[in-house]
Design a protein around this ligand. Sequence first.
Ligand code: WAQ
Ligand code: MG
Length: 259
Amino acid sequence: MYDSDLYSIRMRAALDGPHEDGGKHISGGEHLSTKAEMQIKALELMDKAYAHSRGEPTFFQLTIDKVDEDVQAIKPLPVSTFHSTDAAQGRRIACSLLADQGISEEVIKKAMNLLESSNETSGALIINAKTGERLDDRKEKGIRVSRLEWKQENFEKWCKQKGLAANQRMKEALTLATKVCAHPLTIAELCWSDDPDYITGYVASGAKGYQRITKLKKYGEETGGRLFFVKGGQPIDSYIHYLQKIPVLIETEENYELS
Ligand code: WAQ
Ligand code: MG
């Protein structure tokens, strides 16, 4: 199925010291790569960190791990777009899309408050969809989803077929949402960027796909993040293991190899 060794490349960058010493999160990024493409991917991550609208990092870390686990190939979630006139309307749309997944008004309100007040998280917060309680114990670090990739060429072809612009942000976010929503514990994801210059966000679910909302925050704001709403009453250790460790490639055709 997949005959080449794979490497997980992860990057994190912060301002005024590393995250663990209180530095401000600037940027993170992750790739799955063959050895041949490792340098290109590492350079992409450097570019991402050092040309960032949240500021110029003073700390940058790159970690490379050889991947031993078997790769799972999954189809991208279908994409739909909701046009909002401003952030307030966008949030109302997001609330109704989350309610479609059976999440109560009270839990959605709690969740919105969490994202509205969060500008220091570098990962996602895992939320019990029934109670709104946070299930991971990672404080402002959250859980970073890693080991995921969508080959650029396949992504561009797929966008053309679907009549979508091949937007890199969407590529990253749709890759992540597809991995997250492929797990049976995930009910939905809510995301908007913490970058002040990016205001489009989304609600994603296995049931309804990747639902973009064109304006989900005010231009210039640095609050944002990711919430994963999960079924309650289940241990989340293996869920976290899946998010961090199981390699996932987005497959759009029979041939989904990275090279
Ligand atoms: N795993 C977990 N959480 C993450 C990850 C990850 N790999 N990457 C980012 N986050 C969290 C983290 O808290 C960030 O601060 C926050 O999400 C926002 O990340 O047009 O660009 O990369 O369809 O700033 C969505 C819409 C864009 C794209 C989201 O998020 C579109 C975006 P950012
Ligand atoms: Mg960001």
